[in-house]
Design a protein around this ligand. Structure first.
Ligand code: MRU
Length: 318
């Protein structure tokens, strides 16, 4: 069965608590928009497209329970600043609300469209992946990060379905470990061969000729193709360029912020230093030492071989 991060039950939203994976598969049932906002902020659900879909359902829950629509909209918007899909989805819901359209229908449409976009990007993207490719990926861009299938991981899924026996290097993705906890879990469920590596291993593997391409997702893409994605993505892009390895970004149009231009237009989320100094509840650094936790970085267009969205393949540097 395909992995799902969330599903809508009509009067409530079901979410798999991604903080507990892979050890435990716990489903949360959310009936209140504030609980949805908290689940996004605390990363029970994460990944830009999934955040957008879930925020849409949060808006439906809030408005249908008689809360002030403007407060619901603003509360959900203030959860995570970088993932553009969040703003895109809430603006769509707001427009539907203002026009007197059915907001539940709109929220469902966002989920369906995201799934369709992922399948399409998978098909388009897999054409770029050679048979037997050793693909390196970062963070989690799979079914857990989207309405299903996935962006970069969706391309890997589609390549497998097309009979290409790809192998995946999974960056563990410090500090939240979306790679080792979530991507590895998804790949295992699909029977896709992979190995988890520490983030610092990638460069040496590239030098040894063990990486054929890099596939990542995106949280926000400016109109001049600066890509915000999980911290560590920029370093991978520099390494890939140095070693002459194709570096692909896979993201639906809902991740493109056509109003923004240049890297300074992107608001980079800074999260708690606790997430760097602790793994779950285990302290792994001196408690008194300060830590910096930038959740995302920005990759410039000159480091990107191609961006794949549901409409086609963009070569930002040509
Ligand atoms: O902090 P997260 O886990 O929400 O960050 C997720 C990522 O950076 C993903 O690469 C991105 O959202 C694309 S997922 C389809």
């Amino acid at each position: 069965m395909e992995v799902k991060a969330f599903y809508w039950k009509g009067n409530s939203l079901m979410l798999i608590d991604q903080r507990m994976l892979p050890e435990r598969e716990i489903w949360l049932e959310l009936r209140d928009y504030r609980a949805v906002a908290k689940a996004i902020k605390d990363m029970a659900v994460r990944g830009a497209p999934a955040i957008g879909c879930v925020a849409g359902y949060g808006f439906v829950l809030g408005v249908k329970s008689g809360e002030d629509p403007r407060v619901v909209y603003e509360t959900l918007r203030s959860t995570r600043p970088t993932a553009y899909n969040l703003f895109w989805a809430l603006d769509r819901l707001w427009k539907a609300f203002e026009e007197g359209r059915d907001i539940e229908v709109e929220a469902r449409a966002i989920e369906e469209e995201d799934y369709t976009a992922n399948r399409r990007m998978g098909e388009l993207g897999q054409g770029l992946i050679p048979k037997g490719a050793r693909v390196l990926t970062h963070c989690n861009t799979g079914a857990l990060a989207t309405a299903g299938w996935g962006t970069a991981l969706g391309v890997i899924r589609s390549a497998r379905r097309a009979g290409k026996d790809v192998f995946v290097w999974v960056d563990e993705t410090r500090p939240y470990l979306q790679g080792s906890r979530l991507t590895a879990w998804e790949l295992l469920k699909e029977g896709i061969p992979h190995k988890i590596i520490t983030d610092s291993t990638a460069g040496f593997l590239m030098r040894k000729g063990l990486v054929d391409c890099v596939l990542v997702g995106a949280d926000r893409i400016t109109r001049d193709y600066y890509v915000a994605n999980k911290i560590g993505t920029y370093s991978l892009s520099v390494l890939a360029r140095l070693h002459g390895i194709p570096f692909y970004v896979v993201a639906p149009k809902s991740t493109f912020d056509f109003n923004s231009c240049g890297e300074d237009s992107i608001n980079i989320e800074e999260r708690s230093e606790r997430e760097v100094k602790f793994i779950r509840d285990v302290l792994i650094a001196p408690e008194e030492s300060p830590a910096l936790h930038l959740a995302f970085d920005i990759t410039p267009p000159e480091n990107i071989t191609a961006i794949i969205n549901e409409e086609g393949i963009i070569k930002p540097w040509l």
